[in-house]
Design a protein around this ligand. Structure first.
Ligand SMILES: [Fe+2]
Ligand SMILES: [Fe+2]
Length: 193
């Protein structure tokens, strides 16, 4: 009888492709780079979705930069620190997404034309510090919803892209939480003034 490592009495699951088949499949279509025959997602759709996420990240970075430079007043210091940190992280997200698009054989869309339309989140300048923080929070919540939807869509068909989007999603949730904290502090400080 066949012994299975650490699986006790469980039956062997037929999930492993034999090594010869794996090697053969890797040699076929080698021009496809990281995309192998085991890739079951609709690649064009995934690239399209990633390009909307890329636009979202670029718009968010631009909005945070604007807010960083424009935030003013006695309550602005903590907000400025968050704005510039978020701007940097949105830029990193954009780079990771662009890299994954290339791995999938697509082209990252960095065109300024139509950027705001491709993005799910909006570019809102905001007049007061409070406006800025609120708009950033709205944008983060939009990103969170659209990335969560992407993660569900990708499922097991493209686990690498899914993991990337899960990591980014976790960061956006942190951003939203930072902004919520800022809003609370700002209201408390203004109220106590
Ligand atoms: Fe981001
Ligand atoms: Fe964010």
């Amino acid at each position: 009888m066949e012994q299975l490592q650490g699986t006790g009495t469980r039956e062997r699951q037929p999930f492993l492709t034999d090594i010869e088949t794996l090697r053969q499949r890797a040699r076929q279509h080698i021009e496809e780079g990281a995309v192998t025959a085991g890739y079951t997602a609709d690649r064009d759709t995934v690239v399209k979705l990633l390009n909307t996420a890329l636009a979202t990240e670029i718009i968010c970075q631009l909005r945070y930069k604007r807010h960083y430079f424009m935030a003013d007043g006695i309550h602005a210091e903590a907000a400025k620190a968050e704005f510039i940190e978020h701007a940097k992280q949105e830029a990193e997200h954009a780079d990771s997404i662009a890299g994954r698009i290339v791995q999938l054989g697509g082209a990252p869309d960095f065109s300024p034309e139509g950027l705001a339309t491709r993005s799910h989140a909006q570019y809102v300048e905001g007049v007061s510090l409070l406006d800025m923080i609120k708009e950033d929070l709205v944008a983060e919540r939009i990103a969170i919803e659209s990335y969560a939807e992407m993660v569900r869509y990708l499922d097991d068909d493209d686990p690498t892209t899914r993991r990337l989007m899960e990591e980014i999603l976790a960061k956006e949730e942190e951003h939203a939480d930072d902004l919520r904290t800022l809003l609370e502090r700002l209201s408390a400080e203004k109220g106590g003034r």
